[in-house]
Design a protein around this ligand. Sequence first.
Ligand code: MD3
Ligand code: FE
Length: 203
Amino acid sequence: WLEPIADGLVVLRRHALEPAQALLSAIDRVTAEAPLVHRMTPGGHPMSVAMTCCGEFGWVTDRQGYRYQRTSPETDFPWPPMPAVFRQLAQNAAVEAGYPGFDPDACLINRYARGAKMGLHQDRDEQDFRWPIVSVSLGLPINFQFGGRQRNERPRKILLEHGDVVVWGGESRLNYHGVLTLKAGEHPLTGPYRYNLTFRRAR
Ligand code: MD3
Ligand code: FE
């Protein structure tokens, strides 16, 4: 991580180590209310990553396409509120990275089990790309792929480990990215899983 990877990208390695247990307890509370599910891509394939959301808006995908919405398709109720420990961590990381005033209204919770992956994509369903996305990795490590602004640029491989926080803003905000297949493992706090939180400003 010592090499500059891209403008606007700030890595706060192990920044979420101390609150990790509190974050995982909050994940359990959210997922008890809004279950983790394998959503369908617009192309009709179930995602290998299990996903849920909290905050004012949640990101969903189905045969209709990708969008943010105020309710969970499973429950038809509003998403669970964003836990205070989530918001505080995201805002603190954004300030450290030079984005004071970042107030996420959406948090996606991704859970990876052995074999789960996420293909190269851009995050462009948000209204204002001047706000960054803050990501938090918990549990098993995974190889992350960070590409360019165009899909044809060869991605770099970056290991994301338990507690790593990354702020993706500025010139890196619309870069292609994805994650390679999660390998089997056992983490003391998450067992066979990797969790990823992404904090966004949807509207
Ligand atoms: C780079 N999640 O939920 S987090 C996603 O590990 C997503 O679950 C991955 O991509 C995961 O959309 C990667 C890191 C990340 C998130 C958003 C980005 C990297 C990004 C937006 C722009 C550039
Ligand atoms: Fe993404």
